[in-house]
Design a protein around this ligand. Structure first.
Ligand code: EZ4
Ligand code: CO
Length: 405
């Protein structure tokens, strides 16, 4: 089944999405997500100029060989641009293989390990009470796990909380440049315990609570936070600190039993091999789009499983519905699946482009038996929402020092 054509599309139904379509001579095609938030066009160019020409005429069934060819064969291993491009091609090839076999991708991975996928939703509020009210709404909708974030009093904006702006585009205005946001660890610590103590008092102990620190703390500060939050029994604390130096997580781990999650920016197993092998984390948040696709995530899940590390794929709005579909097939299969981050199935614009076959009921997601990834992409609808430059905010300490996002 020879690859005849590879097309790359960029659309912006609220967020920029880079979509890859691999078409075979038989007419079977596959879809993949190559969205690298804030650096989208680098991947588009890499795919069009450097990847697509090498794949025309190759057998679309050779998923593993093509993965290795694009990873080992380029000399420049790893890296977000390279791995997002590999990921999109890889997803598209799994989609093709599934369609050719008449089977959903999860069947090719080994079948279902569970009937449905547990989701965690976001409650992000302007203050503690607002976050708690949003949490209550989500509990009423049936969500069993909720990530709590609140704006920090004394800081005019806080990550994850957009205020009266409906999205990052509105936040950036008509000439998008990176917005800048202040950070104060001291002010954050004044708020955080109140948030979780009030949440447990109001919602009891059955609902799973989570929190994302967005790497704003040093390891010893993260250790302190983990200890502080132990009474509130978090499912996990995400991105407590940057782990470019993977050993630094020993400091956090040695001080707290709050479970730790990391990995949404990771590109390969090498970014987290030591974290996993030394049992310094509990959940791996790597995303199919940023860590080399289904082939790579399957391997990472298997490696993680022997160290009791569960998977919890990134599910932010800047990953396209194609990535979400890929995650769902991995999640329903992976014996060591933990939980899936969930921010909805997309706005109306996005739904007009991406036809998803996943169903969400009572905080659980169900995969359909459609062959392949079970998602369609409407090229004509995509043209109505062209690419628009966009950046994530940059974080600075109150004295102006650039800080971690
Ligand atoms: O900041 O996706 O867990 N989710 C997150 C996201 C990320 C954005 C950055 O691309 O941390 O909100
Ligand atoms: Co995160």
């Amino acid at each position: 089944m020879k690859i005849k054509e590879i097309n790359v599309y960029v659309c912006s139904p609220g967020r920029n999405f880079v979509t890859v379509k691999v078409i075979t001579e038989e007419g079977i095609y596959g879809l993949g997500d190559a969205t690298l938030n804030g650096r989208e066009m680098a991947v588009v160019s890499y795919l069009q100029e450097h990847v697509a020409p090498c794949l025309i005429g190759r057998n679309a069934h050779d998923i593993e060989d093509i993965w290795q060819y694009l990873y080992k064969g380029v000399y420049w291993r790893k890296g977000p641009v390279n791995m997002a491009a590999i990921a999109a091609i890889d997803m598209a090839l799994w989609d093709i293989k599934g369609k050719a076999a008449g089977l959903p991708v999860y069947q090719l991975l080994g079948g279902k390990s569970r009937q449905a996928v547990t989701l965690y939703a976001h409650a992000s509020g302007e203050n503690v009470e607002d976050t708690l009210d949003k949490t209550e709404d989500l509990i009423k909708q049936g969500f069993k796990a909720i990530r709590l974030q609140s704006a920090v009093p004394g800081l005019n904006v806080t990550y994850g909380v957009l205020g009266d702006k409906k999205d990052y585009y509105e936040l950036q205005g008509n000439r998008p440049l990176p917005p800048e946001e202040p950070w104060s660890t001291q002010k954050y610590f004044n708020m955080i315990e109140e948030l979780f103590s009030k949440a447990r008092a109001r919602f009891g102990n059955d609902v799973h609570l989570l929190h994302d620190v967005h790497s704003r703390l040093t390891p010893i500060e993260s250790a302190k936070l983990g200890k502080l939050l132990e009474p509130y029994n978090l499912m996990f604390l995400e991105d407590a600190s940057i782990a470019e130096n993977q050993d630094s997580y020993k400091i956090i781990r040695h001080h707290t039993t709050t479970p730790l999650a990391i990995g949404e920016t990771y590109n390969t197993i090498w970014d987290c091999k030591d974290l996993i092998q030394n049992q310094l984390i509990d959940y791996l948040r790597a995303a199919a789009t940023h860590a080399g696709g289904i082939t790579a995530l399957r391997r990472m899940a298997d490696f993680a499983s022997i160290y009791n590390v569960k998977t919890a794929p990134h599910g932010a709005p800047d990953l396209s519905p194609i990535c979400f579909a890929a995650h769902m097939h991995l999640n329903i299969w992976a014996p060591n699946f933990g939980i899936q981050e969930f921010v909805g199935l997309g706005n109306e614009q996005s739904k007009s482009i991406f036809k998803q076959s996943i169903e969400v009921k009572q905080g659980m997601a169900y995969v359909s038996d459609a062959p392949g990834l079970g998602i369609e992409f409407d090229e004509e609808a995509a043209k109505e929402f062209p690419y628009k430059r966009s950046y994530l905010p940059v974080s600075r300490l109150e004295d102006g020092t650039v800080w971690n996002w």
